[in-house]
Design a protein around this ligand. Structure first.
Ligand SMILES: [Zn+2]
Length: 363
C-alpha cells in the first residue's frame, strides 16, 4: 500500500532538516499538495527572507524552506558590491537567489493579473547584501517575468550581473534601501484607485478599515521625473515614517522589513481600501470612523508587528480626523504637497522629457 503524505509529514521533514523527499508512489493529500506548491513558490514568505542582516536564516517561524533537499537560506558570508565577481556570480546562480527571483516573478504576475501595472510598468527589488540588490529588468511586462530576467545591482544602480538591463526606476528603490536600513524589499506599481489619490496629491483618509491601518502607513511624495535621483530622494526621505508612498501623478511604492510578498500585500491593501472608500463615499450615508481608543488599539498591533507609523506617538484624540471625507471634498491635509504637473506650466516639458526617456530606452 502507498505511503500517505500529509502536511504534518512535510512539516516534520522540514523541521528535522532532512529535506522534502516524497517517494514516487506516495499518495499526497490535497492540502499537502497545496502546501508543497506554496513552499516552492513562496518558500520564505511566512518568515523573513533575512537577506539584509545575516542574522536571520529564514527560519524565524520554524518554516525554513527546504525544497528538494536544498536549504534556501541566505549565504553565510555577507556579500557586497566589492565582493569578488566569482562570489557574486555563485550567489546570483545559487538556489537561494533563484528562490528570491521566483518570488519577484510571482509578485510580478500577481501585479499584472490585478491590473496594477500596464505596459512594462512596475518594478521590484530585494536587498541581498550590504549594498547590493536583485531587481526587475526594464521593458519586460510583469505578467511575463522569468527568473533569468533578473538583474543584480549595487546601491548606485550599476548593474553587476544579469543579461537584461535593470529597471530605469531602480535608483528610487536603492535610495529607499540606503535611507531605511530595515527595507528588505520594495515594490512599485500603478494601481488605478490609489494612483487616483496620488494624482490629486492626497493620502486617503484614515480610521475606516483596520487592515489598511495595520499594514499601510501612507505618505505623499511630490512629482519628479520617474527614475531621477530627485524622485528617489523625496521618496526615501519618507521611509522612516511611511511604508506606502503615493508618488504624485505617478503611482505607489511600498517597502517591507520582511519580504517582497509583504511589500506586494501593501499594494493590494491600499488599492482595495481606496476603491472601498470611494464607493462608501457615494452611498449617501455618513461615514463611520474609528474612535480614538479603537484606533489606538489598532496602532498597538501595528507597532508590535514592527511596522512604521508617524501616529504611534499621538494622543488618542488626535488620531481620527477624517470623518467628513467625501469624494471631491478634501479631508484635512496631513502633509504639504508641491504643485502637481497638471497645473504647472512646465507640464508639457515634463511629459516630453518622460516620453523622450522611454523612447530612448526602446531604441
Ligand atoms: Zn512607475
Amino acid at each position: 500500500m502507498s505511503q500517505v503524505i500529509s502536511v504534518r509529514d512535510i512539516q516534520e521533514m522540514i523541521r528535522t532538516g532532512q529535506g522534502v523527499n516524497i517517494p514516487d508512489d506516495a499518495l499526497v493529500t490535497p492540502s499537502a499538495r497545496d502546501f508543497l506548491s506554496e513552499l516552492q513558490t513562496n518558500g520564505g514568505m511566512n518568515g523573513s527572507n533575512g537577506a539584509s542582516n545575516g542574522k536571520s536564516n529564514g527560519s524565524k517561524n520554524g518554516n525554513s524552506p527546504y525544497v528538494g533537499g536544498e536549504h534556501l537560506a541566505p549565504p553565510d558570508k555577507k556579500l557586497n558590491s566589492k565582493s569578488p565577481k566569482s562570489e557574486l556570480q555563485a550567489f546570483f546562480n545559487s538556489p537561494y537567489a533563484h528562490h528570491l527571483k521566483e518570488q519577484i516573478c510571482e509578485m510580478g504576475h500577481r501585479l499584472w493579473k490585478r491590473e496594477y501595472v500596464d505596459g512594462n510598468g512596475g518594478n521590484m527589488a530585494i536587498r541581498v547584501g550590504e549594498d547590493i540588490a536583485i531587481c526587475t529588468p526594464t521593458l519586460v511586462s510583469k505578467g511575463s517575468l522569468k527568473p533569468e530576467d533578473m538583474c543584480l545591482v549595487d546601491f548606485d544602480g550599476n548593474q553587476l550581473l544579469g543579461t537584461k538591463k535593470r529597471t530605469s526606476e531602480i535608483l528610487m528603490h536603492l535610495q529607499m534601501m540606503k535611507r531605511q536600513p530595515q527595507a528588505i524589499a520594495t515594490c512599485h506599481c500603478h494601481p488605478p484607485y490609489a494612483t487616483a489619490f496620488a494624482i490629486v496629491g492626497q493620502a486617503p483618509p484614515t480610521c475606516m478599515l483596520p487592515e489598511y491601518e495595520v499594514f499601510c502607513s501612507v505618505g505623499v511624495a511630490p512629482y519628479r521625473t520617474p527614475g531621477s535621483p530627485d524622485m528617489g530622494k523625496l521618496v526615501a526621505d519618507l521611509t522612516d515614517q511611511y511604508n506606502t508612498i503615493l508618488m504624485a501623478n505617478h503611482g505607489v511604492v511600498t517597502w517591507s522589513h520582511n519580504n517582497i510578498e509583504e511589500a506586494y500585500w501593501r499594494m493590494e491593501i491600499i488599492e482595495a481600501y481606496c476603491r472601498t472608500i470611494v464607493v462608501a463615499g457615494q452611498l449617501g450615508k455618513p461615514i463611520n470612523t474609528f474612535t480614538g481608543p479603537q484606533m489606538k488599539e489598532i496602532l498597538n498591533i501595528k507597532q508590535s508587528l514592527g511596522f512604521v507609523d508617524p501616529r504611534f506617538s499621538m494622543k488618542e484624540c488626535e488620531l481620527c480626523d477624517s470623518g467628513d471625507w467625501r469624494p471631491g471634498a478634501m479631508c484635512e491635509a496631513t502633509q504639504s504637497t508641491e504643485p502637481t504637473i497638471g497645473l504647472d506650466p512646465d507640464a508639457e516639458a515634463a511629459v516630453k522629457a518622460i516620453t523622450d526617456q522611454i523612447l530612448a530606452q526602446m531604441k
